[in-house]
Structures are given as C-alpha cells and as structure tokens.
Write a protein that binds this ligand. Structure first.
Ligand code: NAD
Ligand code: UDP
Length: 314
C-alpha cells in the first residue's frame, strides 16, 4: 500500500542542513514547504527543487508569525545561523530566531496538531567537562561570553520545546547536532572544514586557531540527515545526540585536508577565539538504542566528497 503523503515544513530549508533535509523528504514522496529568510542560506541550495510540484519556497523570517493556507503534518525547525563567525555580527538575530522564531513555529505546530522537531546543538554542553558528552550532561556554558547568543538561545529553545511537550502534549523531538560538514555549505561560511578546504584548494595558508590541539568530532551530512529523519520517526521526546564519535585534533584535520586536496598551502597559527571548547565528542549510545543509528561515512571519505564539491564550485 502506498504511504500517505505528508506536508512538511522545513525552516532554514535553504541552509546547509535544511536543503539536504529537503532533498531527503522530497525523495521520500512528501510535500515540502521550505521557509527561509536567506540570512545565511542560499536559494541555489534548493534551485533544483523549485520546479518540483511537491516543493514550495517561502522567503520569510520566522521571528514573525507565518500564515499558511495548507494544513501541515510536521515541522522541522532548523532556522538559525550556526557559524561562530556570525556570533558577533548576528548575535541579536540568533537570540531571536531561537526564542521568538521557535515559539512561532511551536504555535504553528499546535494549531496544525503537527509533530515538531527542533535542531539543537552540542553547544548546549558548552566547554564540556565530561568526555564524551551524553544527553544527561547539563553542560558548562558561559552565559555572557561571545558564544552565549548561540548557546543560551539553543538552551532556551530546548526548554521551550519541553514546555510545549509537557503543557500542551505537543508531539516534539529535539536533536543535539555535533559538528557536521559536507556539500551545500557556503565556501565563506567560516566554519573549520569549509575554511580549510577552500584555503587548501586555493593554496592559501591554512589558518589554525590556537595550538590546533583542541578536538572536534566531524559527522558527514548524509549520516546527520539520516539520524535526524530516524529521530523524527521514533517515539522519544527528550534530546538525542546525533554526531560521529571519532575525535580529531584541528591540526590533524588541517593535515588531512592538505593531503587529500593535494595542496601546497602552509599551515599557520592564529589566536584562539575566547571560550572555544577544548574537546567535543558525542556519546551516541542513545541513538543506537532507540533507532539503531550510527554514522557510516568516515572522515577521509566525507572530506574527499566535500573537496570534490568545492572543486566543482570553484
Ligand atoms: P545554515 O546557516 O547553513 O542554515 C541555517 C538556515 O536558517 C539558513 O538558510 C538561514 O538563512 C536560515 N535562517 C536563519 N535565521 C532565520 C530566520 N529568522 N527565519 C528564517 N530562516 C532563517 O546552518 P546549518 O549548519 O545548516 O544549521 C542548521 C541548523 O542546525 C541550525 O539550527 C544550527 O544551529 C543547527 N546545527 C548545525 C550544526 C552543524 O554542524 N552544521 C551543528 C549544530 C547545530
Ligand atoms: N578553527 C580553526 N581555523 C579556522 C576555523 C575554525 O582552527 O579557520 C577552529 C575553531 O577555533 C574551533 C574548531 O576549529 O576550535 C571548530 O570551529 P568551527 O567554527 O567549525 O565550529 P565550533 O565547533 O567551534 O562551533
């Protein structure tokens, strides 16, 4: 029997993760309404979907209420700038989209009796004192530091989603996304993988901040999107980590990218931004237990695919 077609709203749908999610939801036969104000996203990420009759693009800032003519079954709320280079320039926008924006989307979900999905982040753990980070860890966040607009507004968004779940019995999900990379990121997005790849492809110096001994655990986009989709199907309302637990130093990442891109770039060292977390590594036992998810694409393979994407963009 054919599966019932759902109408799904994706906020931030023209961004890196949102546009990859729109592709998956369309491929599964759903109707997708992509809402984005293009503050950090690009319409070209969904250009190929614009002629698809199951796809609609609406340019809208979700800090204002959204009026829709159609009934929706699900909302994936991904709208928010996410790169640390924007934490100064867009601090107010980030605080508002994750508070007022999330509230507007929760109210829309209530009105439609839709299932609601919130994109939270490993940043809610702050400069984590527990390694690896599991979902029970409360975190170590500076509420007034340069990253606070992002960290605290994401923590607020989690609290708001839980309030709607408890108070109104709204059917909600929360994912905590760990550093994800891959095609459809902006070359000038400012995050580490895009910076290093584009510096390497142009034989420009690869800029390591600090000593390069800080770590991150990088998840390839197809794995992240698969985890997000599976979590939405699962019957579980508390936050779930989705990320790749393999941890690398930033120096190792720079060396790997230089080698894979066959680059002549020199590696240089710049000051470490304030409150830059030292280690980040997800414990993914919960996602494994709940919906049998684990990442499949290892760093080297994911980097090769991403380098290829940026070579084509050049
Ligand atoms: P992105 O910047 O590529 O995408 C975010 C999208 O949201 C953009 O298209 C932007 O234009 C849109 N947007 C921002 N404010 C908006 C508003 N007020 N109204 C409508 N649209 C708005 O970033 P991304 O990496 O794709 O991140 C997507 C989500 O995942 C974000 O919520 C982010 O916090 C979360 N996340 C991402 C990562 C990662 O490693 N990529 C890690 C943790 C969490
Ligand atoms: N980083 C770096 N060089 C760059 C960009 C980032 O060394 O050109 C470092 C940054 O200081 C951090 C890590 O790489 O330690 C990951 O940074 P990113 O901005 O991707 O995201 P974060 O995980 O800090 O939110």
């Amino acid at each position: 029997m054919a599966r019932e077609q759902k109408t799904i709203l994706v906020t931030g749908g023209a961004g890196f993760l949102g546009s990859n999610l729109c592709d998956l939801l369309i491929a599964k036969g759903n109707k997708v309404i992509c809402v984005d104000n293009l503050i950090t996203g690009r319409k070209q990420n969904v250009q190929h979907l614009l002629k698809n009759r199951n796809f609609t693009f609406i340019k809208h800032d979700i800090t204002a209420p959204l009026k829709l003519n159609s009934k929706i079954d699900e909302i994936y709320n991904l709208a928010s700038p996410a790169s640390p280079v924007d934490f100064d320039r867009l601090s107010e926008e980030i605080l508002l989209v994750n508070s007022l924006g999330t509230k507007n989307m929760l109210d829309l979900a209530l009105k439609n009796k839709a299932r609601f999905f919130e994109a939270s982040t490993s940043e809610v753990y702050g400069s984590a004192l527990k390694i690896p980070q599991d979902e029970s860890y409360w975190g170590n966040v500076n509420s007034i530091g340069p990253r606070s607009c992002y960290d605290e507004s994401k923590r607020f968004s989690e609290a708001l989603v839980m309030a709607y779940y408890r108070k109104y019995s709204l059917d909600t999900r929360i994912v905590r996304i760990f550093n994800t990379y891959g095609p459809k990121m902006r070359a000038d997005d400012g995050r580490v993988v895009t910076n290093f790849i584009n510096q390497a492809l142009h034989n420009k110096p690869i800029t390591i901040y600090g000593s390069g001994q800080q770590t991150r655990s990088f998840c390839y986009v197809s794995d992240e999107i698969d985890g997000i989709w599976r979590l939405m199907q699962a019957n579980y309302n508390l936050p779930v980590n989705i990320g790749n637990p393999n941890e690398f130093t930033i120096l190792e990442l720079a060396q790997k990218i230089k080698e894979l891109a066959n680059s002549k770039s020199e590696i240089i060292f710049k000051p470490l931004p304030k409150d830059d977390p030292e280690r980040r590594k997800p414990d993914i036992a919960l996602a494994k237990k709940l919906f049998n998810w684990h990442p499949k694409v290892e760093l080297e393979e994911g980097l090769k695919r991403t380098i290829e994407y940026f070579r084509e963009q050049k």
